[in-house]
Design a protein around this ligand. Sequence first.
Ligand code: FAD
Length: 452
Amino acid sequence: MIEELIVGLGAIVGDRHVVTGSDLHGIDPGFHPENLSGAAAVFPADTRQVADVVKICSKYGVSIVPQGGRTGLSGGAVSKAGSVALGLRRMNAVERCDPLAGTVVVQAGATLQSVADHCAVHGLSVGIDLGARGSATIGGMIATNAGGMTAFRNGTMRNRVLGTEIVLANGSIVTDLTEVEKCNEGYSLTQLICGSEGTLGIVTRAVLRLTTEPTVTSTTLIAVENAHAALTILRAVQKARDLTAVHAEIMWKDYAETVAAALRLSGIISFANAPAYFLLDVAETVEDGLLDLLSDLNVTKAIMCKSESERADLWRIREESFEIDRQVPNCEWFDISMPLDRIDMTLAGIRQRIASIDHGLRVWAMGHLGDGNLHLTIGSGQPLSDLTKTAIADAVYQGLKQIGGAFSAEHGIGIDKRASLIKHADPEKLRLCRVIKKAFDPENMLNPGKLI
Ligand SMILES: Cc1cc2nc3c(=O)[nH]c(=O)nc-3n(C[C@H](O)[C@H](O)[C@H](O)COP(=O)(O)OP(=O)(O)OC[C@H]3O[C@@H](n4cnc5c(N)ncnc54)[C@H](O)[C@@H]3O)c2cc1C
């Protein structure tokens, strides 16, 4: 039966765009080793082909896992036996960038970097940025409602998308390629598809709103006591007429020291032995604007980058978080968010609870200060039992909902956080989500076993 399906898929997209068996090993699986563990990977060239692939898979009862750049961090793109991975890599065109309207129309398989490069020619930006920019696709970013480093100014992906074209589980195509800011024509399917992780439909095209990004004129690493101190500086910068805060990231001591040492960059952070470091990119319209502001705030321990290579080194310490995994294997990863005034309190509570599980456990913390999104790595280097993993997750998530935070901030649910969603989500919300899934995909053909 699968053989028949493979022949049918070949007839739709061309045989060389259907990859099976050991040939699947020739494709980079991306972030999760099981992303390409299904029966086949199929690469359509256009929306019509996507719809035909969906229809034939449905006929054979084989489910579909939509895939973009496979950089997702929650296992949402994992494909197993009995499923086919549908990759959007051939649908990567930037169809139209309109500088006057401030919009861009793209195919879903276009990478963030390629769209950003295209728009930069017009002095415009998609207003969103993340470390995986070279591989992450617009379709994947919509499906995961990606956040990143500029979310505190420009919002997450759902704030960047105006319209989408979606292929549904029955193979029909919904064209909602709205290019306008104001569109109140009933329920927004585009907003519903944001963060749906391939479970409601396959995004094939999208319209994004563009923005002008301030040019970074100075990069500073500031030693701080805690997040509160960093936020005080950030708010002062945001209020200053001559300054714009472009990026505002925070790294606690353990994280900064471990990653800097792994990258042989310890010298950069040796100017202070601080509990935390605030990495701040600003755009200044007057020379020394930030320097004056920091001096007014009595900030004494800070370094300002004097060269592009110094700036690149500082940003490597912030972005190469996977170094922790290399140094200390068997860790658990978390991606949580909380109201900004409760970051220190939340982190202190987590550290205390983790220590009470096992004093050998360490917490490496960093994140997007501007929007209260922390990434935590927790472990001891030793393999953790399932019981300990659950205890760690409970310790991290405890109280988050009560203070208005989220246990999954920007990486989504996938397979990794599914149990947590069931445990922590409002039961009525879960029920409604299941009703929505059923309405879109009654046979559970799109990304089954993920998110919901
Ligand atoms: C180094 C690194 C840094 C990162 N930094 C950030 C960050 O700062 N912020 C952040 O939010 N994320 C970050 N991520 C995570 C990741 O890049 C994002 O989740 C990204 O949006 C995934 O896009 P993708 O194209 O790789 O999607 P994939 O990994 O291929 O898929 C992710 C999910 O989307 C679904 N999907 C993919 N394409 C489509 C489509 N066309 N239609 C419907 N569903 C689809 C898949 O089924 C899956 O559920 C980072 C990852 C890495 C490796």
